[in-house]
Design a protein around this ligand. Structure first.
Ligand SMILES: [Zn+2]
Length: 105
């Protein structure tokens, strides 16, 4: 089964951040099939889905959430703060959000 094969190769990928794109390119699948595979893995408790909020200034994921409803209105980036950036709190509605999966162990 594809998923089993994928798990064998997962050491080459950050298990904390598996993008649909990773799965897609690994198997040369259409995007919808790769997404379906990830969603199946969630159903089977192999993966958990996360939404990462990306900082517009330092481009790092500030915080990750289980679903969109958990994202607060504003978010504080401690990396920007540590680097003395002009701004360290951002309105989340304007920020880029990334969807990815984590491997459950
Ligand atoms: Zn930042």
């Amino acid at each position: 089964m594809l998923l089993q094969k994928y798990l064998q190769t997962i050491d080459n990928i950050d298990p904390g951040k598996i993008y649909v794109e990773n799965v897609r390119s690994l198997y040369n699948l259409p995007r919808f099939a790769a997404r379906l595979m990830c969603e199946m893995a969630v159903q089977e408790h192999i993966f958990t889905k996360k939404i990462g909020v990306v900082c517009p200034n330092c481009n790092r994921i500030i915080e990750e959430f289980d679903n969109i409803n958990q994202i607060p209105e504003t978010i504080y980036c401690h990396i920007c703060d540590a680097e003395d950036a002009e701004q360290n709190t951002y309105k989340t509605e304007n920020l880029k959000k990334e969807e990815y999966y984590k491997l459950l162990r």
